[in-house]
Design a protein around this ligand. Structure first.
Ligand SMILES: *Cc1c(COP(=O)(O)O)cnc(C)c1O
Length: 430
């Protein structure tokens, strides 16, 4: 007897009215093949698909679900906020509290502006950097994702120090001709770029822990060089911590590396699952923003009261004693357990973790940049991914994404995952 999966039925219907059947491309399983799972509900470390199959969830909405899905305190805060009205288009005390909390937790931020997505946060930070410096050129790194604003959808040009090419149709060459794309973790290229055109560079934007080309940690030297060169040449250093902020440590990657950026973009965790993102920096820099200054930016739903309630409650929960120690220990336990299981089976594989983020690599050592990441065995990852899915473990459906644990991923959940992987690695080796 064959039964038709409800996921298949929903996917077929979805593709009729939504391009590719999804509202964000990676959800379509294009990279790994097969049918995306349609999620009906989630609780703690788990979610369930349309066939009521349960999965241990290692994407956590791509980061926001750091305290676990449907945390009772977050849900309660959202319900209470909703009964008081959904949106006013006028300021609220909740926004004041949230701004105060962000400024307290991330000392490089003296003033912050709330927006609704990471894309908006980075896009606005770029505009601010350009507005404040009066310069047009920006530097980004291959494999870092900063949302889908035009000037950031760029890959490296044909030669070093040539400007980039659009990675999306619909992005005019003219928009990206100011974007220089360099290799991640390459200090020499940064030095060369600044030696060449330091006086024209408005900003450098970087994921200080990269999570959109699998997990790749920046070397301390790389970030230190960036800080030094930006300061020397009057350029703005933007840390895009939309993913790693409140994820690798309470104070983000800037706390881990001890580097003070000029601007920080935040998102994901700070909304706790609802649309909140933010960008901020020194009061002096932020004074360029409208209504004080000449850099325009606005949003109908910015600082939305229901979203802020979810975000604030999440920010409180992550400050509980030992939260990041436990989160980090879980991600480490998973990375080490998977590495050991692969080794037993003789599969070339390694894993790494930082805070509540982890990377799985079908290569002998973790990659240091985009090219090394792309050299990993993605075919093998895809087979691994589908076997793990059958086992009830949901990893990110692409070899170039990082993974996330929540505070609800306890030892039993992690160990069940490692047991499943042990069976799967044996199949891969056979
Ligand atoms: C997710 C992400 C973004 C974009 O955030 P959205 O809320 O999806 O627009 C930007 N930068 C980084 C580093 C991200 O991980």
């Amino acid at each position: 007897m064959t039964t038709i999966s409800n996921n298949d039925t929903l996917f077929a219907r979805a593709q009729k009215t939504t391009p590719g059947g999804v509202n964000s491309p990676v959800r379509a399983f294009r990279s790994v093949g097969g049918t995306p799972r349609f999620i009906t509900r989630a609780d703690g470390p788990y979610f369930w698909d349309a066939d009521d199959k349960r999965y241990i969830d290692y994407i956590g909405s791509w980061g926001p679900a750091i305290v676990g899905h449907a945390h009772p305190q977050v849900v309660k805060a959202v319900q209470e906020a909703a009964t008081r009205g959904l949106s006013f288009g006028a300021p609220t005390e909740g926004e004041v509290l949230m701004a105060e909390e962000i400024c307290r937790l991330v000392p490089s931020i003296e003033q912050v502006r709330l927006v609704s997505s990471g894309t908006e946060a980075t896009m606005s930070a770029l505009r601010l950097a350009r507005g404040a410096t009066g310069r047009d050129k920006i530097v980004k790194f291959e494999g870092c994702y900063h949302g889908h604003a035009d000037s950031l959808l760029v890959k490296a040009g044909s030669g070093l120090l040539t400007f980039g090419n659009p990675t999306s149709a619909g992005v005019p060459e003219d928009f990206v001709k100011h974007t220089l794309v360099l290799d991640y973790n390459n200090v020499q290229q940064l030095e060369d770029a600044f030696a060449n055109m330091g006086g024209e560079i408005a900003c450098v934007i970087v994921e200080p822990v990269a999570g959109n080309m699998n997990l790749i940690k920046a070397s301390p030297e790389f970030l230190q060089a960036m800080r030094r060169l930006c300061t020397a040449h009057g350029a703005i250093l933007i840390f895009d911590e939309v993913m790693c902020g409140f994820r690798v440590a309470l104070g983000g990657a800037q706390q881990v590396y001890g580097i003070v950026p000029d601007l920080t973009a935040l998102g994901k965790v700070i909304g706790g699952g609802l649309p909140v993102a933010a960008f901020g920096g020194s009061a002096k820099l932020m004074s360029h923003m409208a209504p004080l200054g000449a850099v325009y930016q606005a949003g109908t739903l910015s600082g939305n009261p229901v979203a802020v309630a979810a975000g604030m409650t999440t920010l409180k929960l992550i400050q509980e004693d030992g939260f990041y120690e436990r989160l980090g220990a879980s991600a480490r336990r998973l990375a080490d357990g998977l590495t050991a299981a692969a080794k037993e089976a003789g599969v070339v594989f390694c894993a790494d973790a930082i805070g509540g983020m982890f990377g799985l690599y079908f290569s002998a050592t973790p990659p240091n940049n985009y090219a090394e990441m792309m050299a990993g065995d993605r075919e093998r990852f895809n087979v691994f991914f589908h076997h793990m899915l059958d086992e009830g473990v949901y990893f990110a459906p692409a070899a170039y994404e990082a993974g996330f644990v929540s505070a609800q991923h306890d030892d039993a959940v992690i160990d069940a995952t490692i047991e499943a992987a042990r069976r799967v690695f044996k199949k891969l080796a056979a």
